[in-house]
Each structure stands twice: as C-alpha cells, then as structure tokens.
Design a protein around this ligand. Structure first.
Ligand code: OSB
Ligand code: MG
Length: 369
C-alpha cells in the first residue's frame, strides 16, 4: 500500500466542562487529526497536543510543522506492506512522539480498514469490554468536585482520579474520603512537586489511594525512585515515560509500581504495546491514560487498552463527558457497569463524521499528495 494523500486538521472543540490541572485550565480542546488516504479509503489518527506546551513540549503548531516538514516527506512513495510500527521510519526525527503517533494511527486505521479487521485485533487483543474510570480536574470549590464524583460514581465509573497541586491536595482528598471512605481513588499531580515536598507527599499515604500519578518533574526517574522508597502508596508514572526503554529503566530503578500508557505520548500504538509488554514482563500493571482526545484518538486508545496487562480502569471515558458533539458516530459510551464495549467493525470501528471535523477545524492542510 502507498499513501495517495495525507492531510492534517487543526481542531478546536469547546469542552463541556473546563479542565484544570496543576499546569492550568483549558476551555476547549485543540488537537490535530490526521487523514491518510489510499485507493479511495481513508484512515484517521490523532495527535492530541494542546495549544500550549504544558503537559509536554508539543503543541498543535509543532505537530503540524513536524508532520508537514519531516514525517510526510518520509512517507512519499513509501510502500507500507502491513500494519506495524511505522514510527520506525521516523527514527531520525528526535522526540515529537505525538506527531509520530498521529501519523502511525492514521496509517494503521487505513490498513485495518483495507483488511476489514478491527484495530484491536491488530494492535491489541480479543476483548469485548474494558473497565474504565474518570479523570476530574481541579475545581475552585470542593462542593463542585464532590458533586462531579457523585455523578461519575452514579454513571458506573470504576475509579475516580482527581487532579491535585500544592495547597490543593491533602485537604481535598480528606473531604473526598469523608464522603467516600472506600471508593477506588487516585490523585494526579502532573509534576507539581519536588522532593522538598516530602512531608506533604507522605501525608497522602493516609488516604489509601490506588496510586499517585507523576508527583515529580516531568522528565525525572531518579527522584521518583527516592520518593517511592518513602511512600506506601504506589507511584504511577505518566509524563516521565516516553518510550518502552524509559519504562524499563523506571521499573529497574524502582521509580514506579504502575505505568499510565498513552499511545500518543509514546509515539504510537505499537510503542504503546511494546511498553505494555515490558511492564507485563516485570509484573507492573498498566492502564490507559488520555489527553482529552476526540473520538478518533479515543478509539485508538480503546484498541490498545484491550491488551491483557491493562488490568486497571483507565481514563477513557464517554465522549459526552468532554464534548457536546464528538467527531465519531456512534460516540463512545460507558455501560452502567463502568465498561466500554470494544467496537468490532473494521479499523476504528466508528464512523468519522467528516462534516463535524470540518465544522471544528480552524485549519486544514494537505501534507502529501
Ligand atoms: O495527566 O493524565 C493527564 C488531560 C490532559 C493532560 C494530561 C492529563 C489529562 C487527564 C485527562 O488526566 C485524561 C482524559 O480524560 O482524557
Ligand atoms: Mg497524568
């Protein structure tokens, strides 16, 4: 298979509810969708970078630049025989994992549709259903957060994750535990602490959290290992793990006991699978994180999350929690049991609504033709 056409859409979609983390608050999701075409069939991928380089250094601008000027030229005239880690072709481009992931996803969806097979049969495993949870942003008022927790529990979600930051941590968790002493609960700090905050971080042990996600610097492993020795609560790494090699090093150092796998963060679904396998080999459980993706990225995440070592409920929640209108049909829904049914149709298993994509697109560019 050779690509006839590759195009990139920059979308801006209003969020149903603003999302606040330790690094800031967003009211809309900016993202890049990639459409790959061969023989009249299209495949879709997503590079869910944001407008600003807060979670990672990539932004919608850098994704567009890197795909257009460096990745797309490598695909020109290239024969792609079968689904696989297309990001190998991009090895000479350092970093920019989200850009690489978005292209790999689009090509993978296209090949899967050509073969008439669902994505999860190619990059994941045979599974009908995956358990899932929610990630709740920081709220200016604790009552608002407690209400959102109640709603998520009533909807069936199996695990609650809340964002924390210095001075909005132990008190918040204490209020949650007063109301819900037993629910599966975790906290994500998005790199907001340092080892100087050891007393605060040690206090979090009293809340029986499933884990604390990325407490320290976004590229750190060594200090996380020091911290893990002092904590009863397992550390889960997100930002710090950008490849399966880093996953291996983190585990060998004792920097974490759990890994959040985001296919976009690690350069695509096949790198995500390699990271999953390394973790499985070390007995380290994983779960699938998210980056407020549209249905396109969400469907790719669902496929990867069917792999057997995704034993913990992740952050893949229903489309309606994020967007009034998603770009796929049907939108992603969650059962009253807190699971997502894995779609069985070819490729993503959802129809990409191209008129919706155009509606939310602020920019569109052909990068290969
Ligand atoms: O750290 O997991 C994170 C959203 C944006 C950037 C970083 C993170 C998140 C989330 C939400 O926690 C995940 C989601 O619901 O898609
Ligand atoms: Mg995180």
């Amino acid at each position: 298979m050779k690509l006839d056409h590759l195009e990139v859409y920059h979308l801006s979609i209003p969020l149903v509810h603003p999302f606040e983390t330790s690094f800031g608050r967003v009211h809309e999701k900016e993202t890049i969708l990639i459409r790959a075409v061969s023989d009249g069939l299209a495949g879709w991928g997503e590079a869910p970078a944001a407008a600003a380089p807060n979670y990672g250094y990539e932004t919608v601008e850098t994704v567009l630049h890197v795909i257009r000027d460096f990745l797309a030229p490598k695909l020109k005239g290239q024969e792609i025989a079968k689904p696989g880690p297309i990001s190998d072709l991009f090895a000479s481009v350092r970093g920019h994992n989200m850009a690489k992931a978005g292209v790999e996803m689009a090509v993978l969806d296209l090949l899967a549709r050509q073969a008439g097979r669902p994505l999860h049969e190619i990059v994941g495993a045979k599974r009908d259903e995956i358990p899932t949870g929610v990630s709740l942003g920081i709220e200016p008022r604790i009552d608002a957060l407690l209400k959102r927790i109640d709603e998520a529990l009533a909807a069936g979600y199996r695990r609650i994750k809340v964002k924390i930051k210095p001075r909005a941590d132990a008190d918040v968790l204490s209020e949650i535990r007063k109301r819900h002493p037993k629910i599966p609960l975790m906290a994500d700090a998005n790199a907001a602490y340092t080892l100087q905050d050891m007393p605060t971080l040690k206090r979090l042990d009293e809340f029986d959290l499933l884990m604390i996600e990325q407490p320290l610097h976004h590229e750190d492993l060594v200090d996380h290992a020091k911290l893990q020795k002092e904590l009863r609560t397992p550390i889960c790494l997100d930002e710090s793990i950008r490849s399966w090699e880093e996953g291996r090093k983190a585990i060998e150092l004792g920097a974490c006991r759990i890994v959040n796998i985001k296919p976009a963060r690690v350069g695509g679904p096949f790198n995500a699978r390699a990271l999953h396998n390394i973790c499985a080999g070390h007995g380290v459980p994983v779960w699938c994180g998210g980056l407020l993706e549209t249905g396109v990225g969400r469907a790719h995440n669902i496929a990867v999350a069917t792999l057997p070592n995704f034993t913990l409920p992740g952050d893949i929640s229903a489309s309606e929690r994020y967007f009034r209108q998603d770009v796929i049909d049907p939108s992603v829904t969650v059962t009253p049991q807190g699971t997502i049914r894995v779609p069985q149709g070819p490729g993503l298993g959802y129809t990409v609504l191209e008129d919706r994509v155009r509606k939310f697109a602020v920019r569109r560019q052909t990068v290969l033709s």
